[in-house]
Write a protein that binds this ligand. Structure first.
Ligand SMILES: [Zn+2]
Length: 395
């Protein structure tokens, strides 16, 4: 399935964009209760328009709203769900058994302290607003381009929101919580489709944490994943696949993707995870999505040969620029990466995007809008050359 109105080698984004200073001010006012959600959202409208302008100028084909209404890619749902609260680091620490090692994890991973406002389940969850419909409705009024909306994946939400000692009264186990999260996400995907979203992407960055840091059975910072996992990557990944497939089962008429990266909260490369996608590929390929949105601009992610045994099965949202560097990649570098991917994917299966968003956490963008724009322009220029070189027409 292709996306109407998108050319070949479509240029798109993973999600977030750096927030302007006025928006950060409004966000802080919202968090301290000085602005209502509606007042904050009105302020965010301006930032979304600016973000859209940057994408248009750069030549992005499938646009997002830059997650300007979110403080980060998943905790924004605290505004949309009853039974969920933001818990400060101090409150979380009360429930962490091994405080010293938790502290060490935060430090060694260069975790932004402000980000440790964990979205925590404190009661039965119930949706009081759609999760991302406000984002879609506003964007629709201002662009004719296909729209991509990222949603936090069910595994990430379950792992991050269930905190032992706090959540277990409403949900004795994480599995119990997942049973309520899945239908909420499922209804959201259907609503977004019915309202005209072209592409929905489920974010499950925590999957690399499961695979590459199994020795840390307790808690890692990655996505503020506070709850202990089973410690068995196979068990966790199988469960993650099952949850994602339950969200998307039999939903037709919208393009779907899953984004898995190795963390996008620090510019210190050594603080982020590394490792090939190879051990994850067989799990990713059992997910009912059209596209895998993966980072390939950094050597930390291994190489595309991970798909050597499973060529041309899914589309690839190919990460071709690193959102965390000042150096802007060249058009030739991007083309070379795509040509490497052509060993494993058809031209029609390749979408071009940065490795991740440019501003995961509102208070800690990974780049400036200037450099982010330049990087998008390079991707668009590469796409143009690729289209004529491979003579792949508009779909
Ligand atoms: Zn990412």
């Amino acid at each position: 399935m292709s996306i109407d109105g998108a050319p070949a080698f479509p240029v798109t984004v993973v999600g977030s964009w750096p927030r302007p200073p006025e928006l950060l001010k409004a966000l802080r006012a919202r968090q301290s209760g000085d602005l209502t959600f509606e007042e904050f959202n009105a302020e965010a409208d301006k930032a979304v328009l600016e973000c859209l302008r940057y994408q248009d100028e750069a030549g992005v084909d499938i646009v997002s709203d830059g997650e300007q209404r979110r403080d980060n890619f998943y905790s924004f749902i605290v505004e949309k769900l009853d039974g969920v609260q933001l818990m400060s680091l101090a409150e979380v620490m009360d429930h962490v058994e091994d405080k010293a090692s938790f502290d060490e994890i935060l430090r060694s991973q260069d975790a932004p302290a402000f980000a440790i406002h964990n979205t925590t389940v404190v009661d039965k969850i119930r949706r009081n607003k759609h999760l991302a419909m406000d984002e879609l409705e506003f964007l629709k009024k201002h662009t004719d381009k296909p729209i991509k909306i990222a949603l936090p994946g069910p595994y990430l939400l379950t792992r991050s929101m269930w905190v032992k000692g706090v959540s277990d009264e409403a949900y004795p186990t994480m599995q119990d919580l997942a049973e309520d999260i899945v239908p909420i996400l499922r209804e959201e995907v259907i609503a977004l489709r019915d309202a005209g979203a072209a592409f929905v992407q489920l974010d499950e960055p925590v999957l690399t944490d499961v695979m590459f840091r199994p020795e840390v059975k307790e808690r890692t910072f990655m996505c503020a994943s506070m709850a202990a996992s089973s410690g068995d990557p196979m068990v966790e990944l199988t469960w993650a696949v099952r949850l994602n497939n339950a969200v998307l089962a039999d939903i037709e008429g919208i393009h779907t993707g899953i984004h898995v990266c190795r963390g996008n909260w620090s510019r210190q490369d050594e603080a982020l995870l590394s490792g090939s996608y190879e051990p994850l590929v067989m799990y990713l390929l059992t997910m009912r999505v059209n596209q895998l949105v993966l980072e390939y601009a950094t050597p930390r992610a291994g190489d595309l040969a991970a798909f050597g045994r499973y060529p041309r099965i899914r589309e690839m949202g190919l990460g071709v620029v690193n959102p965390r560097t000042d150096d802007v990649e060249t058009v030739d570098q991007v083309i070379a990466k795509v040509e490497e991917a052509l060993n494993y994917f058809e031209p029609e299966q390749i979408y071009l995007n940065p490795d991740c968003g440019f501003g995961t956490f509102a208070e800690r963008p990974m780049n400036t809008t200037e450099i982010a724009s330049q990087k998008l322009k390079v991707i668009a220029a590469a796409a143009k050359e690729l289209r004529s070189k491979y003579e792949v027409g508009t779909r």
